[in-house]
Design a protein around this ligand. Structure first.
Ligand code: IPD
Ligand code: CA
Ligand code: CA
Length: 269
């Protein structure tokens, strides 16, 4: 058993917040869509539930109590300016799964300092798997009271890798990502579409997936997962291989070894 280096109060507070809301979300998972209060946002496929807002409020309240001078941005509309520190929160990543009772959703909480990600937590309540990272201290998985250092996979080719992607909500109008998915289906062992970007990134960090890409993501989908991948020895960039930034939207995360091949495959699609 590896002792997790929850050295900073920042990471331990993020873990505390994610664990609290995760337990409640797991209890709600089996309830009907009506009792979850499901409505739509930008288009009919873009869902939100009362649980998204409740979860966001709970996390933000806890963080603001502990760190009143920190800024916050969260998917369901919370925005507080701050000084050098900014929390980036996705209260439920995988809302469609959550709304339909599919146990594949995660809580994602990250902290930036002067524009650099320094702490991140992705919590998957249905498996009670908590993925966490701190800049310079590695990435860890906590499950059943045990902690394990995360390390990306060692596959050297895409043909040897399971890769994951996501479907942008506007895919019906834009068709974005369909040619790339076809290309990867013809190359990788398999292409997984599990409906949560944060968990996909955690799985790249854990060596379960060789690569994950998705166009059109937002900072809250990727901030915590990006740090997990980097701290587990992987690589993250935009889909053209240019340097990563939380606002870069079209994201590619890999074990490092298959990165250039993925950039080439996506570019050729
Ligand atoms: C979505 C999930 C999904 C991805 C979408 C995201 P949400 O986040 O990460 O996997 O394909 O692009 O917007 O709306 O469930 O928080
Ligand atoms: Ca999300
Ligand atoms: Ca969300």
């Amino acid at each position: 058993m590896v002792i997790m280096k929850t050295s900073s109060e920042f990471l331990s507070t993020a873990i505390e917040a994610a664990s609290q809301v995760g337990t409640r979300l797991q209890e709600m998972l089996g309830e009907s869509r009506a009792s979850k209060g499901v409505t739509t946002k930008r288009n009919p496929a873009d869902l939100v539930t009362q649980a998204d807002r409740m979860t966001e409020d709970h996390i933000v309240r806890l963080l603001r109590e502990r760190f009143p001078n920190h800024g916050v941005v969260a998917e369901e509309g919370t925005s507080h300016p701050g000084g050098d520190y900014r929390w980036i929160i996705d209260p439920i990543d995988g809302t469609t799964n959550f709304a339909y009772g599919v146990p594949l959703f995660a809580v994602s909480i990250a902290l930036e300092h002067k524009g650099d990600l320094i702490a991140g937590v992705v919590y998957h309540p249905s498996m009670d798997e908590l993925f966490a990272a701190e800049r310079g201290h590695g990435a860890f998985l906590r499950r059943n009271g045990h902690e394990k250092t995360l390390r990306v996979s060692d596959q050297a080719t895409v043909a040897d890798s399971v890769v994951a992607t996501g479907l942008p909500y506007a895919i019906r109008e834009t068709g974005h990502n369909i040619p790339e998915i076809e290309r990867l289906m013809r190359t990788a062992i398999e292409v997984r579409i599990i409906g949560t970007a944060a968990l996909n990134l955690a799985y790249v960090a854990a060596g379960r997936m060789g690569a994950f890409w998705e166009p059109g993501l937002n900072a809250w989908d990727i901030a915590a997962g990006a740090l997990l991948v980097q701290e587990a020895g992987g690589r993250i960039s935009d889909t053209q291989g240019r340097p990563f930034h939380v606002d870069c939207r079209d994201v590619l995360a890999t074990n490092g070894r298959v990165h250039n091949e993925m950039v080439r495959l996506l570019g050729a699609a």
